[in-house]
Design a binder for this molecule. Structure first.
Ligand SMILES: Cc1ncc(COP(=O)(O)O)c(C=O)c1O
Length: 355
């Protein structure tokens, strides 16, 4: 038999949220944007189709300049990938290998432990606090001479909890300057709490902080795959070294530029999602659910051992959520119609006669 790396025998595969197919169910399992692409974004993509025989700009030059100007950083600080998950993979590969440790909160984004192990490094998951937040104290205490990288997901997927500015400063005071701290802000546009840490401010203040952003969520470009890091120049240079060559297509680059041009229009949509999130949380509480606030485009139901049963009710009632058996269910905020169906399913799951 062909020899493969031993790690492949136990590495879990990343699981995509269940597809609705033609079942009529609503797929609220992948934190996707419920709105269709803007007409201007479709036009921009269409205008690029005639050039797809050509390789894209590997430097992602135009989008880099726009992002650098926006955050008042140098172009050398910006590195792109095919989605922020690819940039995360670049960061892990550039920072940690065999024998090195990567600290992250758990539960958090499922890709973290997988990508860390693919790189041959050792995952060091640190349990969330009882109120679903990063336990930054425990994360700082877990730092050893082997720690190379720390991931902070703000707001956290799947719990929606955020890290405050004060907490992050206190945490960084305990992190050696040789250890890179990545603030994963995939959901930053939905985060409306003024006490939340803002990654770019920390990047400007600390030489060992990088920030991850994506066009997948708030900008609605999940299908095109484009995300980036703002990182210290030496780190960003290494990200370009380990990046898949030509990983970010010209279509994705044009769509990102068109999205940046259409920000006012996109902001209205993001605001609508945030308004729906507030409505959904209030309705869940009114129907008897105990649910924590969320600063993401999703809500988190801590169903513990009841997760499979509640998920069965959701599936029966046409809601595809992301279930973490034994822990809870993450449900993406969708359109008002989708959210109403979810709320009805959530209320039904509380009834004693439910499945
Ligand atoms: C916390 C977090 N980071 C990064 C990503 C990756 O998103 P993308 O690769 O589409 O940019 C996700 C996607 O779900 C996420 O939840």
């Amino acid at each position: 038999m062909v020899q493969q790396r031993e790690a492949m025998s136990w590495l879990p595969a990343y699981k995509q949220g269940a597809a609705a197919g033609d079942s009529g169910a609503f797929k609220l399992s992948s934190n996707e944007n419920p709105f269709p692409p803007l007409a201007s974004v479709i036009d921009a993509i269409a205008s690029t189709l005639g050039d797809i025989q050509l390789y894209p700009s590997m430097a992602v030059a135009e989008v880099t300049d726009r992002i650098a100007a926006r955050f008042d950083v140098d172009a050398s600080n910006v590195a792109f990938g095919a989605g922020s998950v690819e940039v995360l993979s670049q960061i892990i590969h550039a920072s940690a290998g065999a024998g090195d440790e990567v600290i992250f909160a758990w539960r958090s984004f499922e890709a973290y432990p997988i990508l860390i192990q693919v790189a041959g490094a050792t995952p060091v998951p640190i349990a969330l606090t009882a109120d679903e937040r990063h336990d930054l104290d425990a994360m700082a205490s877990a730092i050893t001479a082997k720690t190379r990288l720390i991931l902070v997901c703000n707001p956290n997927n799947p719990t929606g909890a955020f890290v405050t500015t004060d907490e992050l400063h206190a945490f960084l005071a305990r992190v050696p300057a040789t250890v890179l701290v990545v603030i994963d802000e995939a959901y930053v546009h939905f985060n409306r709490d003024p006490s939340s840490a803002v990654g770019i401010d920390f990047f400007h203040r600390y030489p060992n902080v990088a920030v991850l952003h994506t066009f997948s969520k708030a900008y609605g470009l999940a299908g095109l795959r484009i995300g980036y890091a703002v990182a210290p120049t030496a780190v960003a240079t290494n990200l370009r070294r380990v990046a898949l060559p030509f990983g970010v297509t010209a279509l994705a680059q044009r769509a990102a530029l068109a999205s940046l041009d259409a920000e006012a229009e996109l902001t209205l949509r993001i605001d609508e999602i945030v308004i729906e999130r507030t409505r959904v949380l209030a309705a869940l509480r009114a129907s008897g659910w105990r649910v924590a606030d969320s600063q993401g485009n999703f809500v988190w139901l801590r169903t513990d051992v009841d997760t499979d049963r509640v998920n069965a009710v959701f599936i029966r009632d046409g809601i595809l959520a992301r279930a973490f058996p034994g822990e809870g269910l993450r449900v993406t905020i969708g359109t008002a119609e989708q959210n109403n169906r979810f709320l009805a399913a959530a209320a039904a799951a509380l009834e004693p006669t439910a499945v």
